[in-house]
Ligand binder design. Structure first.
Ligand SMILES: Nc1ncnc2c1ncn2[C@@H]1O[C@H](COP(=O)(O)OP(=O)(O)O)[C@@H](O)[C@H]1O
Ligand SMILES: [Mg+2]
Length: 242
């Protein structure tokens, strides 16, 4: 079991993102807790993807702070987090090369790269695809590769943007199984979705967004049984579309 107590929680305070005079994000406070399965939920355009990108440090906020309570260096913190994008970004080479390249970028030595790639492919059912060019994989296989590749870097914290949104039910279940394995392993997972089914099955904590605002942060059971905000109630009753 890894010890991530020094990296998390990630605390977000008074976060705002403005672009071209529009407030795109407004998050007074949010706390991403160690080893909790966090789901960023909300309708299209709610600000879910932007929130993830800010948390991962890809987009600088206009105001506010995003801080780990960690004594580790900024470079170390960066190394311990990864993000999987909604459209998987694949190297136009074999599945195996996708692993070894990512590991090389992370500074892992040659023999170690081969070993980790082989092990990770075996863990996530990718061994038979090792020599197949990544671009010919199905959508579900590409998503599996993207997540497995991120996992091979041994992150403490993994952000996933709509990991199952374009997949059929079987492929979605495979991804959900993978996420459970990573959770069991001690990786803190934060995913966005507009899919209530996925949120109900997966979440320990819900961050509910609407119109760029974090409307409600609640433990999942409470959120689904007695949501505090009118917007969340409407969303749960399929009455909130954007
Ligand atoms: N680079 C950008 N420039 C201007 N507006 C943006 C940019 N990225 C996202 N937005 C706007 O911010 C809002 C939230 O977007 P996003 O985080 O992608 O929503 P979600 O992921 O919840 O569907 C949307 O209204 C979108 O149009
Ligand atoms: Mg999005």
């Amino acid at each position: 079991m890894r010890d991530t107590t020094s990296l998390l929680p990630l605390v977000v305070r008074d976060l705002r993102l403005e672009m071209e005079g529009r407030v795109l994000l407004d998050v007074p406070i949010a706390r991403i807790q160690n080893r909790k399965r966090s789901v960023v939920l909300g309708p299209n355009g709610a600000g879910k993807t932007l929130f993830l990108k800010l948390c991962h440090g890809l987009v600088p906020p206009t105001a506010g702070s995003i801080e780990f309570t960690s004594p580790r260096s900024a470079a170390e913190i960066r190394r311990k987090q990864a993000m999987v994008f909604q459209k998987p970004v694949m190297l136009r080479r074999s599945v195996r090369a996708n692993f070894t390249h990512a590991l090389a970028m992370a500074g892992v030595g040659w023999s170690e790269r081969r070993r980790i790639a082989t092990e990770t492919m075996a863990q996530f059912g990718l061994t038979a695809l090792a020599d197949v060019p990544a671009r010919v994989l199905s959508g579900g296989e590409q998503q599996r590769l993207a997540i497995a590749r991120a996992a091979s870097l041994n992150p403490d914290l993994l952000f996933l943007d709509e990991p199952t949104s374009s997949l059929d039910p079987t492929a979605s279940r495979q991804i959900e199984d993978m996420l459970e394995v990573l959770h069991e392993r001690g990786v803190t997972l934060v995913l966005t979705t507009h899919d209530l089914g996925l949120a109900r099955r997966f979440a320990d904590v819900i961050f509910f967004f609407h119109g760029g605002r974090l409307v409600e942060e609640n433990d999942a059971q409470t959120f689904f049984s007695s949501p505090q905000s009118a917007e969340a109630q409407a969303f749960l009753e399929h009455r909130l579309f954007w």
